[in-house]
Ligand binder design. Structure first.
Ligand SMILES: [Mg+2]
Length: 269
């Protein structure tokens, strides 16, 4: 994992990583997080995922220090239910669900997703190929999960062509054992993050994610945005990485320390 000459990111708790977090001190900050694989560890079935108590408590502490947000691939209601702690902004469906100011795009996405659902006959078309394929209706988008497919290899090989035949053709974003089908009007996580930075009047931000759709935020390369990937990946554009979702409370506390230090106060511990 480590030892490459050109690090594709520094470990968040290295001197360089902590230095990057300290730079956020003294400014109005937006701290935004992906949910699955970031705040909460991945489970075999998406409905089994919950936020660990230590992460919930850390997010609650963080809210005393800055604006907090969750930008998830799940529907907004679903992620709010699983989060179990208040955040200032919760945006679902990779940026489109609940993003203030994106109501027209959102309505367009719902209409397109209804059309796709009908074309896939509510998922029957997929289950006929492999009974383990799970079609998730997320209102403004659809997801096809193949974690439980009888033949996941075949699903990966064949599904993109099948799904590309939908009208209008979706933007297919691959994730961990999932194909996300996003309507043409969908906002991506990068655009959602920019909008939230603006809405919260943040002078700087931090974003933590673990997957392909989070790269839309990582590649923004905003000068005052610190990006963190959960799980090191040499191909990622994130500046820092964590080893696992279990390190999230420690990251949040390091961030609180940075924000507290600038105010000459002790971090709450
Ligand atoms: Mg994720």
């Amino acid at each position: 994992m480590s030892g490459g000459s050109m690090a594709a990111g520094e470990y968040a708790f290295s001197a360089a990583g902590l230095g990057a977090l300290r730079q956020l001190g003294g400014r109005r900050i937006l701290a935004a997080f992906d949910f699955d694989g970031t705040l909460a560890p991945i489970a075999l079935r998406p409905e089994q995922v919950i936020t660990p108590p230590g992460t919930r408590a850390a997010l609650d502490r963080l809210r005393d220090w800055c604006t907090t947000a969750v930008i998830s691939g799940r529907s907004r209601d679903d992620v709010l239910r699983r989060l179990g702690v208040a955040v200032d902004y919760a945006v679902g469906n990779h940026g489109i669900d609940g993003l203030p100011g994106a109501e027209r795009e959102s309505a367009e996405c719902v209409a397109v997703s209804r059309g796709w659902l009908a074309q896939l006959r509510g998922g029957e078309t997929l289950r006929a190929r492999d009974p383990g394929l799970l079609l998730e209706d997320k209102g403004v988008s659809l997801s096809v999960h193949y974690r439980q497919a009888r033949d996941p290899g075949r699903a990966v090989a064949e599904l993109p062509a099948v799904l590309a035949g939908l009208q209008p053709p979706p933007r297919i974003v691959t994730g961990k054992m999932v194909f996300n089908l996003l309507p043409p009007a969908a906002v991506d996580k990068g655009a959602a993050m920019l909008r939230l930075l603006e809405l919260s009047r943040a002078e700087a931000g931090v974003y933590v994610g673990d997957d392909v759709t989070d790269e839309d935020v990582f590649r923004l390369h905003q000068p005052d945005l610190v990006t963190v990937r959960v799980g090191r990946d040499v191909a990622s554009r994130a500046q820092l990485y964590l080893r696992a979702p279990s390190e999230i409370p420690r990251l949040i506390d390091a961030l609180i320390s940075a924000l507290a230090a600038s105010e000459g106060r002790e971090a709450l511990r």
